[in-house]
Design a binder for this molecule. Structure first.
Ligand code: NAD
Length: 501
């Protein structure tokens, strides 16, 4: 048997083999077999990656905006040309179907395209004559070395929420991707190099908590962007802030989809099934709770069940498959525990994903088919926990007000959606709901790259959302300059307090 391939770091413009002696196993979730190993960084390797970024920063900061934009345009073309290859790589380690992985590459590319406009994005303000012959202006400058720590569920898109904007703004970047599916980051690093990005401006540090803590405590890391689960997001936010760093930490989610009695139930059922089971529910914007407002519950459930029965589950590279396996055995087992657990707490198992056939040979893959739990109530674990798998809960409520109260009481506030044909009800929901991203007859309202992505409450710790103008603000600091060029009429010495006459 051949040894599994080893996934390296990318430091200072080249692949660097892990030297810590610690390795993680990277699985093919469809077979359950180890496909590769990945070196888990030691504190020394954290220092090397940060030092490479720090060394590259001054020249990149001073590169002209046109030069930076040209590298971004070249990177954009290369990622687009290699999108299929990236999608297959993602699918082989994450498990999602290749078409879905291609979708994540496409959404990540939109942020690169946004960042190509960096000359426009970095314009400051200018006021002439704030005092006699005195001008004032603001300039946006990069921070230095910035770090990104990302989750397993979008191994290309989530890093691409961060680094195109950070790099366009003139920073040097250290990415710590998930150790569960680390290859996509490495491939993106190679494409950056091919695009002409100077060595050290983009680095990939593979690893686990040791690498993360190393970055959080490193004095040369000026800002940290994190996306992952809420407990880790809280830890990142608190530690980075204590160390004086700028930090944005996006956490977990429990996304509700409200279906009002006047909604088009076929549209709502299509949306619930697509947004509940796409990527096996391992999306931070997945719909995990359908809130059916009386009397739509039974009718909606019938339509959901009919659609779920048609779904094809299978390996990510099987073109017939619409849903793949879960990312690891442990995660699959945890998700499965909510099925019997939910029933024990009083829910009804309307569809049992353990019975779903798998296309081809299921082997030891981490399978669970689409599952629907009905009559879920807010006290149940299936409602309270972020399951992060293909389990759709249906909660039945008597009114719009009860639906809104349910969402307001939930600690998460990432995404939500309402399905209705009543514009007034939709507008009221958009105004009242305490959630960062809202869909109206749209189940996964992921903002475009030129808006910013982020939730409220325990779904985000920090002030800035990702990409869009908030991303540009996060990766720059503003300097306000007041300037006077002396001419013979400057007026001589004046000890009075400067006023604006
Ligand atoms: P995770 O929190 O386990 O891991 C995220 C990152 O943190 C990884 O790089 C991991 O190596 C690192 N990490 C894990 N435990 C750590 C610890 N104790 N100390 C320091 N670092 C640690 O998340 P995951 O399982 O990879 O991803 C799924 C989670 O991410 C879900 O909760 C999902 O909702 C969330 N997510 C949120 C968004 C969003 O935009 N809000 C987007 C995608 C995913």
């Amino acid at each position: 048997m051949t040894e599994p391939r080893e996934i390296t770091h990318w430091i200072g413009g080249k692949a660097v083999a892990g030297a810590s002696g610690r390795y993680g196993e990277v699985y093919d979730p469809a077979t359950g077999r180890v496909g590769a190993t990945v070196g888990l960084a030691s504190p020394d390797e954290v220092d090397q990656a940060v030092a490479a970024a720090r060394a590259a920063f001054p020249a990149w900061r001073d590169a002209s905006l046109t030069q930076r934009a040209r590298v971004l345009f070249a990177f954009r073309e290369l990622v687009a040309a290699h999108a299929g290859e990236l999608a297959r790589l993602i699918s082989s380690e994450h498990g999602k179907v290749v078409s879905d992985a291609a979708g994540e590459v496409a959404r990540g590319l939109e942020v690169v395209e946004f960042a190509c406009g960096v000359p426009h994005l970095l314009k400051g303000g200018f006021s002439e004559n704030v005092s006699s012959r005195v001008d004032a202006y603001s300039i946006l400058q990069p921070l230095g070395v910035v770090a990104g720590i990302t989750p397993f569920n979008f191994p290309a898109m989530v890093p691409m929420w961060m680094f195109p904007v950070a790099i366009a703004c003139g920073n040097a970047f250290v990415l710590k991707p998930s150790e569960k599916d680390p290859s996509a980051s490495l491939r993106l690093a190679e494409l950056w190099a091919e695009a002409g990005l100077p060595d050290g401006v983009f680095n990939v540090l593979q690893g686990d908590r040791v690498a993360v803590d190393g970055l959080l405590n490193h004095p040369d890391v000026k800002a940290v962007s994190f996306v992952g689960s809420t407990p880790v997001a809280r830890h990142i936010y608190e530690t980075a802030a204590r160390n004086g760093k700028r930090v944005q930490a996006l956490g977990g989610a429990k996304n509700h989809m409200v279906v009002l009695p006047d909604a088009d139930l076929d549209l709502a059922a299509d949306a619930a099934v697509s947004a509940g089971f796409g990527s096996a529910g391992e999306r931070c914007m997945a719909i995990s709770v359908v809130v059916a407002v009386d009397p739509v519950g039974d009718d909606l459930l019938d339509r959901v069940r009919a659609r779920v029965a048609e779904l094809k589950v299978g390996p990510g590279d099987d073109p017939r498959a619409e849903m793949g396996p879960l990312v690891t055995r442990e995660h699959r087992d945890k998700v499965v525990s909510y099925l019997d657990g939910g029933v024990a707490q009083g829910a009804t198992l309307a569809v049992d994903g353990r019975e779903t056939p798998v296309l081809g040979d299921p082997g030891e893959g981490f399978w669970l088919g689409p599952t629907v739990l009905d009559h879920v109530t807010p006290e149940m674990d299936a409602y309270r926990d972020e399951i992060f798998g293909p389990v759709l809960s249906v909660v039945r409520v008597a009114s719009y007000e009860e639906a809104l109260e349910l969402i307001s009481a939930n600690p998460y506030g990432n995404g939500t959606a309402i399905f209705t044909n009543d514009g007034g009800a939709a507008r009221r929901f958009q105004n009242e709901v305490e959630v960062g991203m809202v869909g109206i007859n749209v189940p996964i309202p992921v903002p475009m790259a030129y808006y910013s992505f982020g939730g409220w409450k325990e779904s985000l710790f920090g002030d800035s959302h990702a990409h869009g103008t908030e991303g540009v603000h996060f990766y720059t600091r503003t300097k306000a300059v007041t300037s006077r060029w002396l001419d013979p009429s400057h007026g001589g010495v004046n000890l009075g307090f400067p006023t604006n006459g």
